[in-house]
Design a protein around this ligand. Sequence first.
Ligand code: ZN
Length: 850
Amino acid sequence: MKDASPQTIYLTDYTPPTYLVDQVDLTFRLSPNATRVISRIAFRPNPDAVSKRFFLHGEELTPISSSIDGAPVTPREVEGGIEVDVPDAPFVWEAEVEIAPAANTALEGLYMSNGMYCTQCEAEGFRKITWYPDRPDVMAPFKVRIEGDEPVMLSNGNPTGSGDGWTEWTDPWPKPAYLFALVAGDLVAREDSFTTMSGKHVDLKLWVRPGDEGKTAFGMEALKKSMKWDEDVYGREYDLDIFQIVAVSDFNMGAMENKGLNIFNTSAVLCSPETSTDANFERIEAIIAHEYFHNWTGNRITCRDWFQLSLKEGLTVFRDQSFSADMRSPSVCRISDVLSLRGRQFREDNGPLAHQVQPDSFVEINNFYTSTIYEKGAEVIRMLKTLVGDEGYKKALDLYFDRHDGQACTIDDWLTVFQDATGRDLGQFKRWYKQAGTPRLRVSEDWNDGTYQLTFTQTTPPTPGQEVKEPFVIPIAVGLIGPNGDEVVGTQVLEMTEGTQTFTFEGLAAKPVPSILRGFSAPVILERETSAQERAFLLANDTDEFNRWEAGRSLAKEVLTALITGKEAPQAIYFDALASVLREDHTDPDFRALALAIPSADDMAQTLFDSGVTPDPDVIHDATETLKQSRAEYFQDMLPRLLSEMTVTEPFAPTHEQAGKRALGHGILQMLTRLDGSKAAQALFDRADNMTLSLGALACLLNAGKADAALATFRDKWQDDALVMDKWFMLQVAHADPDKAAETVTRLTQDPAFTMKNPNRFRSVFGAFAGHPAGFHQKDGSGYRLLADWLIKLDPINPQITARMSGAFETWKRYDGDRQSLIADQLDRILATPGLSRDTTEMISRIRGA
Ligand SMILES: [Zn+2]
């Protein structure tokens, strides 16, 4: 158990490591309950050190022996590790420790998943393997020998030896310990190869459990595309003889970029048309790219300390987003990215967990693998690229790789590279890293005899620990559209630097309609008084696809808000405009599917809260149902024709083209199900030959309350496939009636296939529950109690997942006093649990505001 009064770590307390490492040699003697780890580490004093203290991190290690230059020593046990007296000269540290992977349910360090050995070391898991300076600014080459009777035993780098019961791996590239990996078990590989831009041959292996070979083809193709893209777009070539991916069922994260040996959650790599949806394929392609891209942005150039986490994550998310845009449709990808940014990061920024892209302090770094560090970090880089232009960005990135290869760097290093490469002062821009909160951008317009003016005012609300904010540099992409629908001014990027700023457009023949924040050029909330007619006009005429979608989206929100607050809703304007978009045969079906989607309950709750209305999840749910029903009736006549147009007749392929048709087809089917007694959904479920259609039809049947038979059939068919069963669990919670959601969760947790030890399974039930506001926020507090019960149960087993799932409570201050006090009771109950982990203590305390 971790200590109960957790310590806060501050960025300003950073000091360089006192000793550097020249070489690490590790030997593992594998055994589920008593693995021996023998380390031989060559240290030398760091000339930049400010102290002489020799400290090694270590947690939950049983010491066997230790020596310095061959002479036995007895280390002093101190908080978080050991201290030893060492010579003021290079020396060799040797130690042997024992660990118990089978008892490690936290899935951090070396643990076992279904009888297979596996590691997760980021951020601070290596200290559970052996004593080491477990901080990212200590980089060293590793050589690893693994002894055991597992058929396959892998580590980072190139294979440099093997024999009966042992293998040896050598990683020539200096790396921090968080990138260490070891995997051993009964595995089979899909093998392939890649020839790099300089003609180097690289072996590619994707390791899975026997039986899963059929789900590896797409992942391998995605890997090869990523390798090629990084060469073409960033000039980055792969640097080892082999690149390996391993799929693991019990994994806290999506995937991990360990040097040369990426470890993936099975859900983030295994896929086939029969078992995976289009969304799964898309996500898998993006995650494989993301982890591969880390080889340069993260591994070759790493972070000096964990306050710099966004240096690797923001940049790598930006890179994987750009990759997906190139592989699929740029505007559809952009819309999806923004939906997820608003759904997760804006939500975070608006609540008690708000923090900077570069935080000043943390208690448990695992709690900072957040949407702010990742997605907002990517937005910041996107803005930087917009401001310096494509050429400037390319020059800066070349300089970054050139100057910092092999180093552990800071966000300041990153910005300095841009200043040096482009001559631009980024002093004010840096505020995007140092100020938390989502800026509100208020716009007013003025028209006078051919001159059109836009005046912007930016304000950023206070966030925990930051009351006052300075103005940001905001790139605002704007276009102007004439009254007849023609674009009169093409996209321009206005650079806002002041609190209030006016931009003028001269020589216009008539008052234009502005299209502001095209492509979502900055992560801000745009506030503009405008009419439903104008939104409908932009939905019909804007040349910027993102803003077209945005216009439809805000129209939908306006209608929903009116229904919720009992005002007259501009329903006819919305339905007419949307119907025209749906009929546009030449427009990407995926875009049309996104235009059709109704804002989520959580999105509506935040929208209402922002406009000063206390959201009631029940009322939002009912209004959404009303809107969906009247929309289905309004569109009645066009549905059968559209549905048949969206039917894919070719064999399944996870392409953007086919996926778009299936997505729009699903939107149509949802409407049709409300009108035809679910006949079409049942027919589709009966004949579906791929998971996208099968799951889509099942969701429609659940909504109609007619899914009992289909759920049973589905379960019978897929009971042996864990990833498909996750979907079975998730769907039942996500589509439960609000007053039955808690009951559904309870019933599912009693299912023999439920286990809280598997993060995917736990998330499939409780993640879906937290994502169902009307079910979770039942007035009697039953949802809060149920989640709190399970968090308390899970915490001793897996603190990381418990802490992450606590985020379900982060929006509690939006709601009414009764709900707030019911939630406060549960937060206090969790906090009062004896032995609560550091992870969960920090998260719940921050949410509670204690
Ligand atoms: Zn990453």
